[in-house]
Design a protein around this ligand. Structure first.
Ligand code: DON
Length: 304
């Protein structure tokens, strides 16, 4: 049995001693206020043991990490029909790039880049009765935690400055790949991205993907095969044009967000969540990636 707490403590000291911490995302003005020295890790094993270090209970903006939960909800609602509207190939481009979308006739490369996530938001808007309320309840249910909420100032802040997402949604609409209006879809999408969670809440919310589709309460939210597919998409697309690097360094399916969070998991074994708001040039948490590389190297617990 490994001493996970001692390993997390070592990684924490290393991160605290790293001078280069990356830069905070400022294109969503509300995110720019966050203190760069925050750093937390939380590990949950499938037998229910938990380990934490640093700011692992502090709430932060999960941003693109929410795309995985939106995708899983869409898959549970319409199954394979999702793939008529979005592909499953890595884009090799930044999360908000639009050129491929135009060349590929409005079919986004995958559901984890912005354009793909906007299509998923459209699916949820069409199939949920009270989309924002129902989606939040879904996330609360996955995590077994009713305190999880949207941050309306973050959602509004992105609404005012989200020009590229408006461009993506308009392009999708022009290719008939949105059923709802651009404004309604983006209002939902900005709220979805504004959800706040701590590392320990994220580890609980993502448990179902390490647990063959069954959540904290052991309710089956996805089939085993659907959970497998989402993990494959996280591995190949979860870090945009750095997905190869993440697989190479860390060797786990995972997802990052511009709030500085990362969730990664080893099916049947554990879920690990990190938060460090400073990002590298590709928009992924600099110290979060470093910490996860150290964790899988020290424990030898990766999928490879
Ligand atoms: O749409 C956006 O740009 C943000 N709401 C989310 C982007 C994001 O988190 C990219 N991830 N690293």
């Amino acid at each position: 049995m490994q001493n996970f707490q001692a390993i997390l403590d070592e990684i924490y000291i290393d991160a605290k001693n790293t001078i280069e911490k990356g830069s905070i995302a400022s294109y969503i003005p509300e995110l720019a206020h966050v203190d760069k020295t925050n750093f937390g890790i939380h590990l949950r094993t499938l037998n229910g043991s938990e380990y934490g270090v640093g700011n692992f209970e502090t709430l932060f903006s999960i941003q693109s990490i929410s795309k995985v939960l939106a995708l899983s909800k869409a898959m549970s609602l319409i199954g394979e029909a999702v793939w008529k509207r979005v592909d499953v190939e890595p884009s090799g481009h930044p999360f908000n790039q639009l050129a491929l979308l135009e060349i590929e006739n409005g079919i986004p490369r995958n559901p984890l880049i912005n354009s793909g996530a906007i299509v998923i938001a459209d699916i949820l808007l069409s199939h949920l009765k009270n989309p924002k309320e129902d989606f939040l309840n879904y996330v609360r249910d996955l995590a077994g935690d009713d305190s999880i909420n949207y941050n309306k100032s973050v959602a509004n802040s992105e609404k005012v400055t989200g020009f590229k997402n408006y461009a993506a949604a308009n392009l999708l609409k022009s290719f008939n790949n949105l059923e709802n209006t651009v404004d309604d879809v983006l209002d939902f999408y900005f709220h979805q991205c504004s959800i706040e969670m701590s590392c320990s809440q994220l580890s609980k919310a993502f448990l179902f993907l390490a647990n063959k589709g069954g959540c904290m309460k052991n309710t089956a939210h996805l089939t085993e095969s659907q959970a497998k597919r989402i993990n494959a998409i996280m591995l190949t697309c979860g870090f945009y044009d750095e997905a190869g690097e993440f697989a190479f360094e860390v060797g786990l399916p995972g997802k990052s967000g511009v709030g500085g969070g990362i969730v990664a998991l080893l099916p049947d074994h554990y879920i690990i969540s990190t938060w460090s708001p400073g990002l590298n040039k590709k928009g992924n948490s600099l110290l979060g990636m470093q910490a996860l590389e150290q964790f899988t190297t020290k424990t030898k617990l990766s999928i490879f």
